[in-house]
Ligand binder design. Structure first.
Ligand code: ZN
Length: 504
């Protein structure tokens, strides 16, 4: 065994222990969010924090830095996309980022986040922004300091964006989102000036058991593997992985709203299939996860919207749904149902928003974050700036802060900046990737019409899933599309679909 082989083996052993600590922590979190009785909360918080600390200590161990240095000549002797070269390169990126932030800063910030979350959980139902304001001011200060550990930077939000969407920059995202906003506002205006479709068929009584059965039936047809995953109920749906052989999704059922569990199941299954599709050889390494938040969200949105809200999909599955719910849907025709699940409306809550208005909710938050980080906007002015942005972009003003600036947990349980752009990147990329898949296999829409997703799933696995985190988001987009990030397929998709649903 050569010296390089020995060093690589040691690196892999260390990385596997970090992986196991992180994924054991994930299991504790999953249990907390699904089955844990309330009495477990205090100890669980402590146990999760301990595993986080142990994983972070092992990742920032100088021995990892030494191994990475020693392996540099070996890495450089290999082709760029060789698995070992990629493992060393990606590990170096993660290691260099981790060692830049002092652990006492991290500990203080995460303690502050936990406190802020508690205060927010009280402030939101009370509609009391003033209560949480001093904490949010401190969060803004922490967020700026966090970014400053990565100076020099082009924009103060760039290092925060890097945590979620590595390599994406404000200088790319700001003009891209401005362009998207310009396209969306007139589209929303044109749609909402017409009579809204009747979506009362979605709000009849739908028993939970049949809803869950239908969702599971569909996602198995998509390609979600129940031998290597499962679904449970939770309050806020999410996907989480314990290993490549155990990928969990969660959902939330409302018996008076058919779309709630159904589309969140399709969405989370999209995230889950991505993780299940990563090459098994990457197990136990930093390559065994999705490339970024934006790429991950593209996979959930693709299955939720491009497939799950499409007409071909329902041509196949609607008779099945009617058979499960004959009293509720027996007399509702496909057209009415299809229009109901694609209803567009001006609304206040991001997570309930339709496909067309959703990005405006995200862009509002992204722009406010930039203004806060740049010092152009103060926390005191934030609620008013929120209302003004909703009026300007969505033509609607939140009646209170509860459904305004207090609605999302993100700023109250993490840094300000870096998290929201991934949602809109996901929508844009879902359209780019789907268009590419259909270009390669023009029979995909017809296969979907017959309930067959095998060609689409195989294409996604081959082009996206299998690579895990081997490539940066930009590299992956380039490899898959032959181009960079582009709005064009998404705008075309929206105009085509909603042009048929509404008169545009
Ligand atoms: Zn998602």
């Amino acid at each position: 065994m050569s010296a390089y082989e020995r060093q690589l083996q040691e690196l892999k052993e260390r990385l596997r222990e970090i992986y196991d600590l992180e994924h054991t922590r994930a299991l504790l979190y999953w249990d907390q969010a699904t089955y844990m009785p309330p009495g477990g909360a205090a100890a669980r918080g402590r146990q999760i924090a301990l595993l986080s600390r142990l994983a972070h200590e092992r990742l920032t161990d100088p021995a990892i830095g030494k191994l990475l240095d020693a392996l540099r000549p070996y890495e450089e002797s290999l082709p760029y996309d060789d698995d070992n070269a990629s493992l060393i390169r990606v590990t170096r990126r993660i290691y260099e980022r981790a060692v830049k932030v002092p652990s006492d800063f991290l500990a203080a910030f995460s303690e502050h986040q936990a406190t802020t979350y508690e205060v927010w959980a009280k402030a939101r139902p009370e509609n009391n922004f003033a209560l949480v304001r001093p904490y949010l001011e401190k969060t803004l200060d922490y967020s700026r300091r966090l970014a400053d550990f990565f100076a020099p930077y082009e924009h103060i939000a760039d290092p925060l964006i890097d945590f979620h969407d590595y390599g994406m920059k404000v200088s790319t995202l700001r003009p891209l989102f401005a362009q998207l906003k310009q396209q969306l506002i007139p589209l929303v205006n044109a749609i909402t000036s017409q009579d809204p479709p009747d979506d009362s068929c979605l709000h009849r009584h739908y028993p939970e058991a049949q809803q869950l059965a239908f969702g599971l039936e569909v996602i198995q047809r998509f390609g979600f593997d129940l031998q290597r995953g499962r679904q449970d109920k939770t309050r806020h749906p999410f996907m989480i992985k314990f290993s490549l052989g155990d990928v969990r999704i969660t959902t939330r059922v409302k018996e008076n709203d058919l779309s709630e569990a159904m589309f969140s199941t399709f969405h989370e299954a999209g995230h889950g299939m991505y993780e299940q599709g990563i090459r098994p050889e990457y197990e136990g390494t930093p390559l065994a996860r999705g490339a970024s938040s934006g790429i991950h969200e593209s996979q959930s949105r693709l299955w939720e919207n491009m497939v799950g809200r499409s007409r071909p999909f329902w041509e196949h599955f609607y008779p099945r749904l009617q058979a499960l719910f004959p009293e509720q849907l027996g007399t509702v025709d496909l057209d009415t149902f299809y229009r109901a699940i694609n209803k567009v409306e001006r609304s206040l809550i991001r997570t309930d928003a339709d496909e067309v208005t959703y990005n405006l909710h995200v862009i509002i938050r992204f722009e406010l974050e930039l203004n806060l980080l740049e010092g152009e906007l103060s926390i005191r002015e934030l609620p008013e700036a929120w209302r003004a942005a909703y009026q300007e972009y969505l033509g609607i003003t939140p009646p209170d802060d509860r459904d305004g600036v207090l609605q999302d947990v993100h700023w109250y349980h993490g840094p300000i900046g870096g998290a929201f752009q991934g949602y809109t990147l996901g929508n844009i990329l879902a359209a780019q990737f789907f268009a590419k898949a259909v270009e390669a296999h023009p029979d995909i829409p017809d296969a979907i019409r017959h309930g067959d997703f095998s060609v689409l799933h195989a294409w996604l696995k081959e082009n996206i899933y299998q690579h895990g985190r081997k490539y940066t988001p930009a590299e992956l987009i380039e490899r898959v599309t032959g181009n960079g990030l582009s709005l064009e397929p998404y705008i075309r998709y929206l105009y085509q679909k909603y042009g048929e649903l509404y008169t545009l």
